[in-house]
Structure formats: structure tokens, C-alpha cells
Design a protein around this ligand. Structure first.
Ligand code: ATP
Ligand code: MG
Length: 425
């Protein structure tokens, strides 16, 4: 019978890769907690309308990327393609936005029906950060500082750079949209097929086109910054001042737009040139209109989401991982025979209590030779052998696995302090 395989574009993350994931997750959590951010967890499935109403009907996500299905009660449900909408829904539902500010983060899988390739999958993971109730550019700057601190902590700060833009108010965007469409309509022949389609549905996205001919044409298109409203202009300028004061370099990219409808004012992306076409590792911006759009009171909001898989690709190519993360254990306790096995289980419990070291017990029997192979593969520094002789004398033979040191006999009583000493540094 043919074996069942995982779904295309949905990856298993194997034990040799999870240390990188854990490193990224722990680093992110510690940076976010140092800024006072709190975690929120929401369901992976939501009503389809939540995403239609928030992300926008004429975006790539809603048009062609959502995993939508009818449940047994014929309700239309969707696997979340991103986290912001769910976060806003949850905050509204539980009254977290009324007269208060929130600094929140979440992490987990997202689902989009895209063409799988390096850095682009159908189930992928994001760590998202959302803030509510703060309208000044100081919080926009804080989010960027969080990113910068994280890249440093991960050791990829030399590999990423910051792109920044303002999308202005919806009134400014509307005026610009009309002029952009008028301009591009005169040059339809020079547009790529996607952009031609977007001319009617979502013209701002054309600015994002990767097609060289379209890009060339856009150089002559009206400049969005000329349309910026005063408030947005000032907000943007102040944000730049905060970043200058913090010594964070950035590139202003007037063609940076985001794929989702709900952004206005600040938008930013952290990009790298080391991953080919999938170069955006983190993206975000301000979405002051979304809470109201979903039925709440108008609430200023700004956030970002980082793509975990892309960052891990970058980590693997740019940064090191502490060797002990790649090991399974510090100590391998190797019993020989049924009697020794019973004693070994007790001994291992005691060592875990008294040393805090990672103790791997050789379960399942096997020859001495095959057990030693497993001990070696575990990455343990030291094997503790427990045979019949050792058992009768209440000792173990400690055999260093990574150095040429001699093995030595150690009594059970002295074992914890011997190990604590040895692993002290
Ligand atoms: P792209 O332009 O690459 O399609 P996007 O604008 O659709 O990205 P966002 O919705 O802003 O992406 O998501 C934030 C981040 O999540 C992206 O910058 C990227 O790092 C990551 N991401 C988005 N889609 C995928 C995917 N299909 N597979 C892996 N990572 C993804
Ligand atoms: Mg996309």
C-alpha cells in the first residue's frame, strides 16, 4: 500500500531543526518580555468573514490563498492566513481595547494556498506583535527597535535592513489611487498581467510589482509622497527622528506597500538579500482603521509579523548555534542487564533532582557496543556505565566520550557532586 505523505507545502520540523526554532522562539520571547509585551493565543480556525472583512476582498490572500471550508453545520470557516484579524477579534470580544493600551504578541502556524518554494509554504509560522491604543510615532519606533534588538540577539543584524514608507490617510490614498489609475491606464500595454488585473481591483499593489517593465513605468508615475496628508507627513517625519536618535538605519522606499488593505500611515519591512526572491523576513505597519472596520470603537493600532521559516533559513546561513543546543543530553547512563536497569532508573531520577543536567537513560537493552553508539550519537559528554560489578559495589564507571581522559570509578554517593563539578562552567 502506498504510504501516506504530508500535504504539499506543509513541513515536518524534525529534531535536528527544532533547536533553531527553540533558539528563535526563546530569543523573541525574552526580547518581547523585556519591552513589557504579553502573549495572546487565539484559535487557528475563524469564521471566514473575519478575514474577508479585515484583509480585504481584493487581496491575494482572500482572492486565492485561503483554506476555506464548510464545517458539518455548513458554517464557512477558514484556517487563519495571518494573526492580526484574530487578535483584534479576541481583544474586542473580551473588552481588552476599551480605554486601555495593549502590547501583545502571538506565535503559531498560518495557512495560505501559495505555490510552495524556498521560503514560501502553505503552512508557515509567524511571530506577530500587535499594539493598541497608541497613536503617536513613538510606538511605531518601539516596534522597530524591538526588531533591531532581536536581529542582534539572533546574530543576523548584518544580514537585514529596514525599509520604511508612509501610506498616509485613506483620503490621501484615494486621491493618489485615482491619479495612479489615470496614469497607468494610458500605459496598459506596458503592464504585466497581474498588474493589469489589479488596475481595477487593487491598484496600489501594482507599486509592489516585481516585473521590470512595470517597475520602469512606475518611475514616471505620480509620486505618492506628494499626496501625503499633513498629519501622516508629520507622523512619518517624527518616526524617522526617533529612529535617527536610536541610531537605526533605514531606507525610505516610496513604493513599499503592504498586501493587506488595512494598513495606513507607517509601513515597514525588514529585508535580506541572502534568501533570493523571498527576502522579506518581517513586515508590519499601522492599521488605525481596522478595529472600527470590525465593529469596535476606533482604536489606533500598529504591529508586525515575522516569518519564522525565513528567519531560520537566515539563521542557518548567518549565525551559529551554541553546541549544547544540538546535543540531546549531557550524560548517558548505560545499564547492562535487567538488575542494573532497575537501579539505573532510580539513579537517573536522583541525578536529575540533584544536578539539573540532561540525563539520557539507555532503555531498551541491546549489546554494549550498540548502547555505546547511542551514547555517542546523543552528544553526551560522559557515559556512566552500570554493569553487574558496579551494581554490587554501588558505583558507576564514568567514561568521558569527548576527550581522551581515562575512565574512573565513582560511588553513587559521590556522583552528583562529581558531575556538578565537572559541568560547573
Ligand atoms: P510576500 O510578499 O513574501 O508574499 P506577504 O506580504 O504576503 O509576503 P505578510 O502577510 O506581511 O507577508 O506576512 C509577514 C511575513 O510572513 C512575511 O514577511 C514573510 O516573512 C512571512 N510569510 C508570508 N507568507 C509566507 C509563506 N507563504 N511562507 C513562509 N513565510 C511567509
Ligand atoms: Mg504573500
Amino acid at each position: 500500500m502506498a504510504k501516506i505523505k504530508a500535504i504539499r507545502g506543509m513541513n515536518d520540523i524534525l529534531p535536528e531543526q527544532t533547536p533553531w526554532w527553540q533558539f528563535l522562539e526563546e530569543s523573541t520571547q525574552s526580547v518581547l518580555s523585556s519591552y513589557g509585551y504579553q502573549e495572546i493565543r487565539t484559535p487557528i480556525v475563524e469564521q471566514t468573514d473575519l478575514f474577508k472583512r479585515s484583509i480585504g476582498e481584493v487581496t491575494d490572500i482572500v482572492e486565492k490563498e485561503m483554506y476555506t471550508f464548510a464545517d458539518r453545520n455548513d458554517e464557512s470557516l477558514t484556517l487563519r492566513p495571518e494573526g492580526t484579524a484574530s487578535c483584534v477579534r479576541a481583544c474586542e470580544e473580551h473588552g481588552l481595547l476599551f480605554n486601555q493600551v495593549q502590547r501583545l504578541w502571538y506565535a503559531g502556524p498560518m495557512f495560505r494556498y501559495e505555490r510552495p518554494q524556498k521560503g514560501r509554504y502553505r503552512q508557515f509560522h509567524q511571530i506577530g506583535v500587535e499594539t493598541f491604543g497608541m497613536q503617536g510615532p513613538d510606538i511605531d519606533a518601539e516596534l522597530i527597535l524591538i526588531g533591531a534588538r532581536l536581529w542582534k540577539k539572533l546574530g543576523v543584524d548584518q544580514a537585514v535592513s529596514l525599509q520604511l514608507n508612509s501610506l498616509g490617510s485613506s483620503v490621501a490614498r484615494q486621491a493618489y489611487k485615482e491619479d495612479l489609475v489615470a496614469f497607468l491606464s494610458k500605459h496598459v500595454d506596458e503592464l504585466d498581467a497581474d498588474s493589469r488585473r489589479r488596475l481595477q481591483s487593487n491598484p496600489l499593489r501594482i507599486l509592489d510589482s516585481k516585473d521590470p517593465k512595470t517597475q520602469a513605468l512606475l518611475h514616471q508615475a505620480p509620486d505618492f509622497h506628494a499626496y501625503l496628508d499633513d498629519e501622516s507627513r508629520q507622523h512619518f517625519q517624527q518616526l524617522c527622528e526617533y529612529l535617527d536618535a536610536a541610531g537605526i538605519p533605514y531606507v525610505i522606499n516610496p513604493r513599499l506597500v503592504r498586501g493587506l488593505d488595512y494598513y495606513g500611515k507607517t509601513v515597514f519591512e525588514w529585508v535580506t538579500d541572502r534568501l533570493g526572491a523571498q527576502g522579506t523576513v518581517c513586515a508590519g505597519g499601522r492599521y488605525d482603521g481596522l478595529v472600527e472596520q470590525l465593529g469596535g470603537r476606533a482604536t489606533p493600532a500598529v504591529g508586525f509579523a515575522l516569518g519564522v521559516e525565513r528567519l531560520i533559513l537566515l539563521l542557518e546561513s548567518e549565525a551559529g548555534l551554541a553546541a549544547e543546543r544540538l546535543q540531546q543530553a549531557d550524560i548517558y547512563l548505560l545499564p547492562l542487564g535487567a538488575e542494573a536497569s532497575k537501579a539505573a532508573m532510580q539513579l537517573a531520577e536522583g541525578l536529575r533532582n540533584e544536578t539539573g543536567l540532561r540525563v539520557l537513560l539507555g532503555c531498551g537493552g541491546g549489546s554494549f557496543k550498540s548502547q555505546m553508539k547511542r551514547a555517542d550519537k546523543s552528544g553526551a559528554e560522559i557515559a556512566l556505565l552500570l554493569g553487574e560489578d558496579e551494581l554490587s559495589q554501588q558505583r558507576v564507571t564514568a567514561k568521558p566520550l569527548r576527550s581522551g581522559e581515562e575512565q574512573q570509578a565513582i560511588s553513587w554517593q559521590a556522583l552528583s557532586s562529581y558531575l556538578n563539578n565537572r559541568f560547573k562552567s
